[in-house]
Design a protein around this ligand. Structure first.
Ligand code: HEC
Length: 128
């Protein structure tokens, strides 16, 4: 199931992305404050909200339903085994916890699609 889902995503994003991905500056969907953090800590070099780059699209990370804390932990101690087919991400321990949490909360807010984020929130029994 995971496999075909991944394939579907890959195929779907390829279809969309191949149209003009090379031509456009892909920063449009990133809120200014997140853009600033992503630039400051270089996440932007490898990640986009809805597009695979060196690393996975953040909406795909959001679909894993991590808590914000778990994402922070993964920023500090990436687990490449979670992302077969990607190179390993370097540990980003220089990111202060505050900022890592902001990024994590934003990444999680992308759950459910690239557009609104508020569309569905899973009550996971945690405050997030
Ligand atoms: C040099 C490229 C690169 C940079 C810079 C980078 N990442 Fe990644 N990131 C990756 C790759 C590749 C993966 C998938 C493989 C892995 O997790 O090791 C990944 C995975 C992730 C994941 C998913 C973790 C999981 O296990 O599900 C998150 C969240 C993430 N990155 C956030 C960030 C944030 C936030 C920053 C900036 C502080 C950042 N990344 C900087 C390449 C990068």
């Amino acid at each position: 199931m995971k496999k075909s889902f991944g394939f579907f995503l890959a195929a779907a994003s390829l279809a969309v992305a191949s149209l003009d991905v090379m031509a456009q500056a892909p920063a449009g969907e990133i809120p200014a404050d997140m853009q600033a953090l992503m630039s400051k800590y270089t996440c932007i070099a490898c990640h986009r909200p809805n597009q695979r780059l060196v690393g996975p699209a953040y909406i795909d990370v959001a679909k894993k339903n991590y808590t914000n804390e778990q994402i922070v932990e993964l920023i500090y101690n990436p687990k490449p085994a979670n992302w077969p087919g990607y190179p390993p991400m370097a540990a980003m321990k220089q990111v202060p916890k505050d900022d890592a949490l902001k990024l994590a909360a934003w990444i999680n807010s992308l759950d459910g699609g690239a557009k609104k984020g508020a569309a569905k929130k899973k009550p996971a029994g945690k405050k997030a």
